[in-house]
Design a protein around this ligand. Sequence first.
Ligand code: ADP
Length: 172
Amino acid sequence: MRADDQEPGPCPERVAVYPGSFDPLTNGHVDIIERGARLFDRIIVAVLVNSDKRPLFSVDERVETAREVFRNRPKVEVDAFEGLLIDFARQRKASAIVRGLRAVSDFEFEFQMALMNRRLAPDIETVFMMPAEAYTYISSRLVREVYALGGAVQGLVPEAVEARLGRKFARG
Ligand code: ADP
């Protein structure tokens, strides 16, 4: 039988991984996830287990929060991962890594990471996406700092995150 006699197989599902700390998840992250969900069949938000940072929220809390935010979005999955990102991506049959770019300042680090990941896994592509302009200045670190000092973060993070911040700092 010739190769072109074969029935075409089902189109493989396009899966992307969106890795990060998400401590906490912000509306900038949500924007990137929504964009990713339009491009891919499935997007896996991968919360990095990083033992040397001192996080505000535990990995379990971050996974739970993101699941709550995306509970009505079947294309969005949330999981924790440890070790090399490309190993996790392979395990989950992902062909792409999604990252967000806010400003030129993100570029250098992201560029290095993307090229290192390509060296480790040439078959996995890194895809960069820009959030809506209104979210370009938001970072998890700023949200943590502003909230801890008594500032409002309404509109910068999903409501589920605001509620958890309120409980963590016994406010709201
Ligand atoms: P990390 O700790 O690896 O920086 P983050 O959780 O802060 O992880 O971010 C994960 C990804 O989301 C990174 O690619 C980061 O550039 C991107 N990101 C963070 N904040 C925003 C935002 N406001 N808009 C778009 N992308 C963002």
